[in-house]
Structures are given as structure tokens and as C-alpha cells.
Design a protein around this ligand. Structure first.
Ligand code: NDP
Length: 521
């Protein structure tokens, strides 16, 4: 198998100079050690255009594989991923600084499942559908709804989950019969390059999947070349992507930021709620779009909940990840993110919040870390309650009742995911329906993401469209309606020229008979 380093060399030579001076490169840093682990080319617009040309040329052949042929390649890739899980995990860790568990539970397990899921469900979601119509004018005709691959898909991804969020969205695009160019974050390109090697080994035809390494400009250049753009990242960049897609009038799907609320009612299983608050706010060092970013707790159980969470958070070990079980919380992957976390904590403290755990950054071993942090006495004048922190922090706010919790949960420009904890699951479900979010879990958090059968997407400023479920693959296609009239058809249909009084009256009468039998009550 080729190494990641070899992949870089191939990518670099394939790009030639890509419209940029030779030697234009991006250094990839291990955020847990500060060491440079690789360099990748920073591709310019010309290189991206050349990739697009190759991707387009390869697409019809891939589409012709059909669902079965494409599934065979995806299932081989599933096996490849599990056979090479150690190498993929160590590559993810080397560019993100996340723990072994964060790389394994939230990345390998996701992609392993996703290869099999899309291989199996693509025909079900995209197969031709025979449709029946209640319209008199099409009686006797064969009506087909068909999903046609769009052609060349651009996927632009963030740095927090190089396998799940960048590469993961390529799997349904490929299963639908498209070619794909993936632009991973400049911070974390190595996993994507490794996956390209893996797919090649599994028999994916050349140029059906390509990786365009580079910075924001490379992403912008990609949007100019593709037939559809799947973007995951910040709301700020998402708006730019949507504008660029609108100029070209291509479809766009946006998975953006979040400020996910957790509501804890006084009848909740507090031990479970505290464990979930701790895990799902600190997992991946809080750098997850659907991590718990703020908690609202009913007054009668507030003190006990805060005590439990603070104790659990103080027990977490932070540092450079070793093997399994070495630390709970890894590095802060993206350098500017540390300043955002520090700013949110300082702003809260300035406005009267208290820090019950953590509250400091650290650079042990040359890495970039932030202590798992619990904040109380917080309110919505503070950034930590209203802006995406994307770090290992949990601000907890006391509320009078569930209604106040729901009102504050909805007091946000974001609407990605959310959670409610209560032993009364029926009430929990009712509350879930009142929260303006793409997903709400009752007595759980984040786990909706793992169920690929469910749509995953954001409300409000958290996105447009969704991944997973039928919509998560149909977005990579255009719908075509096919109407077939049998060969033994009339030479002229009754509604056509020349108009004749008798026929027109008869048709008008039939419409009334068919559609006019209802009531106006
Ligand atoms: P960014 O928006 O900064 O970047 C996302 C990607 O867009 C990167 O590959 C970036 O390249 C690229 N990019 C930057 N500028 C442009 C441009 N003008 N045109 C096209 N592409 C561009 O997000 P982050 O990488 O910082 O990711 C963190 C964010 O992602 C958080 O807000 C998080 O909530 C969100 N996210 C959302 C998820 C969801 O499912 N809703 C899942 C995971 C994360 P480069 O990095 O090289 O600058």
C-alpha cells in the first residue's frame, strides 16, 4: 500500500504548478506536539480546473458500473478501512491531535458503517420509481421518476472530523454515480489523501475521486468547476459558498455551525444527564458541530447537577494522545480556535461567571490544549451562551422551568442539534418538537448522527439541506420525469386542436366530476 507521503508526491506531480509558483506548500502540524508531520501542495485554480476535466471524463464510466458495480467497490473500501484502521486512526490523530477513542468511535465507526449503508441503500433511494397520477390527461401512460447523477460533485470539509465530515460526504456522492473532488481543510488534508489511496486499491477507477489540497482559495476555485457543492464548515464561510453557488446557479448543501442546547428537567436521571453533559461537551475536545455547547437545568436539580458535572469534568485527563485509554481530551486542532475559547471564557468571567473546573489553556509538550471547563452564573449577555465556542467548555444556566429552557434554547441564530433529559419520555418528545433544531435527542445527545437512516442537518443559520437518509443521496442527483405513451395510442388526444364545443364541454364535465365532489366546509 502506498504511504501518505507517497500520496503527496503523486498529488503534487499531478498538479504540476497549478497556476501557482512551484514549491507552494502547506505544512501539516500535529497540534498535540507542534511538530510538522507532512507537507501538501497548495493547489491553484488551474490545477483544480484540470482535476475537474479529468473527473468529468471519468464520470460516465463510473455511472455505467450501475448500483451493483459501485456497491462492490464501496464494500471493498469498507473492508479496506477496517483492515487499515490503525493506519487511518494514526493519520487522523497526527493531523488533529484528537484521542484514539475520538478517532475510532466517531470516525472509523462512522465511515465503516457509511460504506456499507450507501452501498446497500443507494438503489433503494435512487432507483427508478413508477408513479401513478390522479390526472385524467395522463391516464394510460407510464410515468417514471428517475434520479440522475449530477456529474461532478465538489465536497469542501472542515478540520474537526477529517474522515467523517470531509470524506464521509463523498461516499453517497460516489454511490450515486458521480465523480467527486474533495477539498479538505488545509489543517487536516492527510486522511483524505490516504482514503484516495485506499479507494484506488479497491478498484475505484482513476480520477473518479480526487483530493484538491489547498486553502480557502482552492475551495473557492472548486465551486467554479463543479455541478454541485457539499460544504461543511462555519456559517461565515457557508454564506460565501452559497453566494458563489448562486452565481453559478448550482445546487448547494450546507452543514454549518451550532450552539447546541441541553435541557435538564427536574425528573431526569441526573447521573445519566451529568455523564452525557460531560461526555458530549468534552468529546473531541468540544470540537464537534453537534457537541453540547450550553446547558439549561431546572432549579430544583441545578445544584446537584452542577456538582456532579464539575466533579466528572475535573477528573478528565488532557494531553497528547497515546494509545487507547491514555487521555480523555486531546488537542485544540485549529490554532485560532484557542483564542476563541479563551475569549469566550474571559468574557463570561468579566461579566460575572464563575469557573468551577478548568479555565486555562496549556502548551504541554509543545502542543495546544485547553482544560475541560465548567462555567456557572452565566446568561445570554455572554458569548459562551450565544456564539459557537467549539472547545471543551460547558456553561450551565439555572432555569425556572421547561418553558424557560425551551425559550432560551431557541434564543439563538443556530439550530443544529439539541437534547432534553427527563424520565417522562412523552413529555420529552413534546418538548423536542418545540425546539428549533435539525435534531433533538431525548435522554441522549449527538447519537442521531450515527443513525444514517435519519436526516442530519441544521435549522436557521446551521445549514441548508441535510446529509443522511434519502435526502442525503438524492441531493447529488437531478430528478428526471419520464413519461412513456404506449405505441397503440390515439393519433390525436381529446384535449388537442381543433377545439370542438362537444369535446371541450365533455372534458370540462369530467374534470368537475373527478375533482368537484368535495365540500367547502
Ligand atoms: P471553515 O468555514 O473555516 O472552513 C471549512 C472549509 O471551507 C475549509 O476546507 C476551508 O479551507 C474552506 N474555505 C474557506 N474559505 C472558503 C471559500 N471562500 N470558499 C470555499 N471554501 C472555503 O470551517 P472550519 O474548518 O473552521 O470548521 C469548523 C466549523 O465547521 C464549525 O463552525 C463547525 O460547527 C462546522 N461543522 C459543521 C458540521 C455540520 O455537520 N453541521 C460538522 C462539522 C463542522 P481552509 O481550512 O483551507 O481555510
Amino acid at each position: 500500500m502506498a504511504t501518505v507521503e507517497q500520496a503527496h508526491v503523486e498529488q503534487a506531480s499531478a498538479s504540476e504548478n497549478g497556476g501557482k509558483p512551484l514549491g507552494d506548500e502547506i505544512q501539516v502540524e500535529n497540534p498535540a506536539t507542534g511538530q510538522i508531520v507532512a507537507t501538501v501542495p497548495d493547489l491553484g485554480a488551474e490545477a483544480v480546473a484540470a482535476m475537474a476535466q479529468r473527473g468529468r471524463a471519468a464520470q460516465p464510466g463510473w455511472e455505467a458500473y450501475g448500483f451493483d458495480g459501485r456497491a462492490r467497490v464501496l464494500l471493498r473500501a469498507q473492508k479496506w478501512l477496517m483492515d487499515n484502521a490503525e493506519q487511518v486512526v494514526s493519520t487522523i490523530i497526527s493531523e488533529t491531535g484528537k484521542t484514539f477513542e475520538d478517532a475510532t468511535f466517531a470516525e472509523i465507526s462512522y465511515a465503516g458503517n457509511a460504506f456499507g449503508f450507501w452501498a446497500k441503500h443507494a438503489p433503494e433511494y435512487l432507483g427508478d420509481e413508477r408513479v401513478k397520477s390522479s390526472q385524467l390527461l395522463v391516464k394510460g401512460k407510464k410515468l417514471i421518476q428517475r434520479y440522475r447523477p449530477l456529474g461532478l460533485i465538489g465536497v469542501i470539509g472542515p478540520w474537526n472530523y477529517p474522515l467523517t465530515n470531509s470524506f464521509g460526504d463523498c461516499i453517497p456522492a460516489l454511490a450515486a454515480g458521480n465523480s467527486v473532488i474533495l477539498k479538505p481543510s488545509e489543517i487536516t488534508p492527510l486522511t483524505s489523501l490516504l482514503m484516495a489511496e485506499g479507494l484506488r486499491e479497491c478498484g475505484l477507477p482513476e480520477n473518479v475521486f480526487q483530493v484538491a489540497t489547498g486553502r480557502g482559495e482552492t475551495g473557492a476555485a472548486l465551486i467554479e468547476e463543479v455541478d454541485m457543492i457539499m460544504f461543511t464548515g462555519s456559517t461565515r464561510t457557508g454564506r460565501k459558498v452559497a453566494e458563489a453557488a448562486a452565481r453559478r446557479l448550482i445546487p448547494v448543501s450546507l452543514e454549518l455551525g451550532g450552539k447546541d442546547p441541553m435541557i435538564v428537567l427536574s425528573d431526569a436521571d441526573l447521573e445519566r444527564a451529568a455523564n452525557f453533559a460531560t461526555y458530549y461537551s468534552m468529546q473531541n475536545a468540544g470540537q464537534t458541530c453537534i457537541s453540547i455547547e450550553r446547558a439549561y437545568v431546572e432549579e430544583p436539580v441545578y445544584d446537584e447537577f452542577v456538582a456532579k458535572v464539575s466533579e466528572k469534568v475535573r477528573a478528565l485527563r488532557v494531553g497528547a494522545p497515546g494509545g487507547p485509554g491514555s487521555v480523555e481530551v486531546g488537542a485544540i486542532t485549529f490554532p485560532p480556535q484557542l483564542a476563541t475559547i479563551e475569549d469566550h471564557v474571559a468574557d463570561a468571567v468579566d461579566k460575572g461567571a464563575r469557573v468551577l473546573a478548568g479555565g486555562q489553556g496549556s502548551s504541554q509538550g509543545g502542543g495546544r490544549f485547553y482544560e475541560p471547563t465548567v462555567l456557572v452564573d452565566v446568561d445570554h449577555t455572554m458569548k459562551c451562551m450565544t456564539e459557537e465556542t467549539f472547545g471543551p467548555t460547558l456553561p450551565i444556566m439555572k432555569v425556572a422551568d421547561a418553558d424557560e429552557g425551551v425559550r432560551l434554547a431557541n434564543d439563538s441564530p443556530y439550530g443544529l442539534a439539541s437534547s432534553v433529559f427527563t424520565r417522562d419520555t412523552e413529555r420529552g418528545e413534546q418538548i423536542a418538537r418545540r425546539i428549533e433544531a435539525g435534531a433533538t435527542t431525548v435522554n441522549d445527545a449527538m447519537i442521531n448522527y450515527a443513525a444514517l437512516e435519519l436526516p442530519m442537518g441544521g435549522a436557521k443559520a446551521s445549514g441548508l439541506g441535510s446529509r443522511h437518509g434519502a435526502g442525503g443521496i438524492r441531493k447529488y442527483t437531478s430528478q428526471q420525469a419520464i413519461v412513456v405513451t404506449p405505441k397503440l395510442a390515439l393519433k390525436r388526444e381529446p384535449h388537442m386542436y381543433p377545439y370542438k364545443s362537444r369535446t371541450s364541454r365533455m372534458l370540462a364535465g369530467m374534470f368537475k366530476l373527478l375533482y368537484g365532489r368535495g365540500k367547502r366546509d
